[in-house]
Ligand binder design. Structure first.
Ligand code: COA
Ligand code: AMP
Length: 636
C-alpha cells in the first residue's frame, strides 16, 4: 500500500468515501455499490448501498477460481488431542458448500438465523461460512458460556437451526456441550427447528429424535450449495456481547462493509496477504475469532490457524511458539493475558528458543489494556515488533493500531497506537467539549463509523441509539476512557461502564450482580473488577445479607460462585465473594463502585463528597483491602 501512515490518514480524511471506494475494489461484487456511503439509510447511514455480494464467495470460491485451490486455507492444530489437519481452499470450499446444502435442504434460507455453539474445531468455521454462503445470519456463542447465556441468545436471535458439538476439551476435563444445549433450548421460549451436532470421539452424545442430526452425516449426504448474493447492507452475523445489563447486546455486522474493511485491514494493519500464514490465537466465539480466524485471513487468501489449546499447560508455555514454528506463522494475534501467562512460566524464553520463529514478523495484542512490561518482555525476547491495537466487538477491526502495510511508526508501550484511517477519533469531556491533548476523557468516534462497524443492534435501533449515540450527539461512544497525546498516540485507560475484561474476555458486572441478587440470602450486592496480575481483571462480589441470615461466609461464597458458574459460565472466573454490612452509596443511593474498585486495588482514593456515610468505605476497606492506603478527606 502506497504512502506512510500520515499520508494515508490524510488521504482518508480528505475524501473518506473515495478512499473507501478504492478499498472496495479488493472485493468481488455481483453488483457494484451505487455509492460508498448513504447517510440517509439506517441509524447513521449505511456503507456500500446497492452493492450485492457473497462473503463466502469472497473468502473461498474466488481463490479456487483463481487457481489457488490447492493452497492451505485452514490448519486445525489441536494441542488438546495432538491432531493437526489441513484443509486446502478447494477442500474447505467443498465442505462449506455441502454443509450449506444440508442447512438449505432443512429449510435454512437467506435472512434466517443459525446459532453456532462450538469448540475450536474446523466445523465451527465451516458452519459460519456455510451460513454466509446461504445469506443466513450466524450467531456464534462462546463455548465457555453456560446454558442460561445460550438460552438468552436463542430467545433473541430466534434461530431456525443450531450447529453444535458433543463436547469441548478443556485442560483436564471434557466439557459436554450437549446437556448445555438441551438445557438452553428448554429454557428458551423460542425452539430451533433442528440441530446439527458434531460427534467428537472424546465424548459422543445422544441425539434428540426428530430434532438432532449428526453434522458430518448430513454434510456428507448433501449436495453442494452455490453462493447466494445478498445486499451489502444485509446482516452477515450477530455477535452478542456484554452490555451494562444482564441482557446481552446483539451486535450486527453487515456483508459489504465488513468484507471491505477486513480485506483492507489484512494488508494495511497486519501486512499479510495471499499465501501468508496468519494466526489469531483466540476463539471463534469472540469478535477476534470472527474477524481474524475466519473472515480476514480467508478474504485475503491467507492460511488461517484454528488452535484448540491454551498458551500454557498444553503441554507447556512453548505451545504458541511451537505452533508459529511448525506452521510458519507470519503474523500472530493474541490477548495480553496469554503473553502474561507465558511470561510467568517461561520468563527467560527458554521454551520460546526451542522453536524456529524465523518466519514470524510481528505479534499483535488486543482485547484488554496491555501493561508496558508485557509488551517490552515480548519485544525483547522475540526481537520483533509487538503491536498493541485497540478495538471492540462493535467495530470488528482496530480503532487504533500501528500499520505494517504503511511502514511502522515507533511503538509506545502502553499505547494502542494511532487512529486507523477510517476513524475520526476524539476525546470529549462530560459536556461534550473536546479536551486538550494529553487530557483523559471519553473516547468517541465522530460519525459515521467506518465500514464493518455496528450499524445497529439486532432488532433494536432504539437500544443502539441509547447505548452508543445519545451520550455525545453526532458521535459513537466507545465507553472507553483515555487520551490522545501530543504526538497523536492513543492511550486507552479504562471502561466508563460496568464492563470488565477478564483474561481478554468481556464480561458485565451488572450481569453478575443480577445472579448474586437472586440468592435467597442476599439483600444487596455489587460486583467490581479488581486488578489481577495474570487475567488483567477478576470480578469481586460484595454482598449484604438479609436480616437474620447467619450462614457461614465460606458456604455462602461457594453457593454464589456456583451460581455464577451455572448461569453465566466458568469463563466469568467469579471466585470471590465477601459479606459486608452495607454498600457505600451516594446520598441519592448510587453504589460507589469506582471507589470500591480503587480500595480493592490498593489505589489512592478520595472520599466522594456525595457519599452518604464515609464510614461505609472504612467497612469495605477492612474486608477487601486491609493494607490499603489511608483515607483522604473529602475533596472540595
Ligand atoms: N469452553 C468451556 N469452558 C471454557 C472455555 C470454553 N471454550 N474457555 C474457558 N473455559 C473455562 C476454563 O476451563 C476455566 O474453567 P475452570 O474455572 O473450571 O478452570 C474457566 O473457563 C476460566 O477460563 P480462562 O479464563 O481461560 O482461565 P484459565 O485459568 O483456564 O487460563 C489463560 C488462563 C490466561 C491461559 C487463559 O485465560 C487464556 O488463554 N486467555 C487468553 C484469552 C483469549 O485469547 N481471549 C481472546 C480475546 S482476543
Ligand atoms: P471486546 O468487545 O471483547 O473486544 O472488548 C472491547 C474492550 O476491550 C474495549 O472497549 C476495551 O475496553 C478493551 N480493549 C480491547 N483492546 C484494547 C487495547 N488494545 N487496549 C486497551 N483496551 C482494550
Amino acid at each position: 500500500m502506497a504512502g506512510g501512515y500520515d499520508a494515508t490518514y490524510a488521504a482518508w480524511r480528505a475524501n473518506p468515501e473515495g478512499w473507501w471506494s478504492a478499498r472496495a475494489a479488493a472485493i468481488d461484487w455481483e453488483v457494484p455499490p451505487r455509492a460508498a456511503f448513504d447517510p440517509t439509510l439506517g441509524v447513521y447511514g449505511r456503507w456500500f448501498p446497492g452493492g450485492r455480494l457473497n462473503t463466502c464467495f469472497n473468502a473461498l470460491d474466488r481463490h479456487v477460481a483463481a487457481g489457488l485451490g490447492d493452497r492451505p486455507a485452514l490448519i486445525w492444530d489441536s494441542a488438546m488431542t495432538g491432531r493437526v489437519e489441513t484443509l486446502s481452499y478447494a477442500q474447505l470450499t467443498d465442505r462449506v458448500a455441502r454443509l450449506a446444502g444440508a442447512l438449505a435442504a432443512r429449510g435454512v434460507a437467506r435472512g434466517d438465523r443459525v446459532i453456532v455453539y462450538m469448540p475450536m474445531v474446523p466445523e465451527a468455521v465451516i458452519a459460519m461460512l456455510a451460513c454466509a454462503r446461504l445469506g443466513a445470519i450466524h450467531s456464534v456463542v462462546f463455548g465457555g458460556f453456560a446454558a442460561a447465556e445460550l438460552a438468552s441468545r436463542i430467545a433473541d436471535a430466534q434461530p431456525k437451526a443450531i450447529v453444535s458439538a458433543s463436547c469441548g476439551l478443556e485442560p483436564g476435563r471434557i466439557v459436554p456441550y450437549k446437556p448445555l444445549l438441551d438445557a438452553a433450548i428448554a429454557l428458551s421460549p423460542h425452539k430451533p427447528a433442528f440441530c446439527l451436532i458434531l460427534q467428537r470421539p472424546e465424548r459422543v452424545c445422544d441425539l434428540a429424535p426428530g430434532r438432532d442430526e449428526d453434522l458430518r452425516a448430513a454434510e456428507d449426504a448433501a449436495e453442494p450449495h452455490p453462493c447466494v448474493p445478498v445486499e451489502a447492507t444485509d446482516p452477515l452475523y450477530i455477535l452478542y456481547t456484554s452490555g451494562t445489563t444482564g441482557r446481552p447486546k446483539g451486535i450486527v455486522r453487515d456483508n459489504g462493509g465488513h468484507a471491505v474493511a477486513l480485506a483492507n485491514s489484512m494488508a494495511m494493519l497486519y501486512g499479510a496477504g495471499a499465501g501468508d500464514v496468519f494466526w489469531a490465537a483466540s476463539d471463534v466465539g469472540w469478535v477476534v475469532g470472527h474477524s481474524y480466524i475466519v473472515y480476514g485471513p480467508l478474504l485475503a487468501g491467507c492460511t488461517t490457524i484454528v488452535y484448540e489449546g491454551k498458551p500454557v499447560g498444553t503441554p507447556d508455555a512453548g505451545a504458541f511458539w511451537r505452533v508459529c514454528g511448525q506452521h510458519g506463522v507470519k503474523a500472530m494475534f493474541t490477548a495480553p493475558t496469554a503473553i502474561r501467562a507465558i511470561k510467568r512460566e517461561d520468563p527467560e524464553g527458554r521454551l520460546m528458543a526451542r522453536h524456529d520463529l524465523a518466519r514470524l514478523e510481528a505479534l499483535f495484542l488486543a482485547g484488554e489494556r496491555c501493561d508496558p512490561d508485557t509488551v517490552l518482555w515480548a519485544e525483547t525476547l522475540l526481537r520483533r515488533p509487538v503491536i498493541d491495537h485497540w478495538w471492540q466487538t462493535e467495530t470488528g477491526w482496530a480503532i487504533t493500531g500501528n500499520f505494517r502495510g504503511l511502514g511502522l511508526f515507533p511503538t509506545r508501550p502502553g499505547s494502542g497506537g494511532k487512529p486507523s484511517p477510517g476513524y475520526d477519533l476524539r476525546v470529549l469531556d462530560e459536556a461534550g467539549r473536546e479536551v486538550p491533548r494529553g487530557t483523559i476523557g471519553d473516547l468517541v468516534v465522530k460519525l459515521p463509523l467506518p465500514p464493518s462497524c455496528v450499524p445497529t443492534l439486532w432488532n433494536n435501533d432504539q437500544g443502539f441509539r441509547d447505548a452508543y449515540l445519545s451520550q455525545h450527539p453526532g458521535h459513537y461512544t466507545t465507553a472507553d476512557a483515555g487520551m490522545i497525546d501530543e504526538d497523536g498516540y492513543v492511550w486507552v485507560m479504562s471502561r466508563t461502564d460496568d464492563i470488565i475484561n477478564v483474561a481478554g474476555h468481556r464480561l458485565s458486572t451488572g450481569a453478575m450482580e443480577e445472579v448474586l441478587a437472586a440468592h435467597p440470602d442476599v439483600a444487596e450486592c455489587a460486583v467490581v473488577g479488581v486488578k489481577d496480575a495474570l487475567k488483567g481483571q477478576v470480578p469481586l462480589g460484595l454482598v449484604v445479607l438479609k436480616a437474620g441470615v447467619t450462614k457461614d461466609e465460606k458456604t455462602l461464597e461457594a453457593e454464589l460462585v456456583a451460581m455464577v458458574r451455572d448461569r453465566i459460565g466458568p469463563v466469568a472466573a467469579f471466585r470471590t465473594a465477601r459479606v459486608v454490612p452495607r454498600l457505600p452509596k451516594t446520598r441519592s443511593g448510587k453504589v460507589l463502585r469506582a471507589t470500591i474498585r480503587k480500595i480493592a486495588d490498593g489505589q489512592d482514593y478520595t472520599v466522594p463528597p456525595t457519599i452518604d456515610d464515609p464510614a461505609s468505605l472504612e467497612e469495605i476497606k477492612s474486608v477487601v483491602a486491609p493494607a490499603g492506603p489511608p483515607l483522604r478527606a473529602p475533596g472540595p
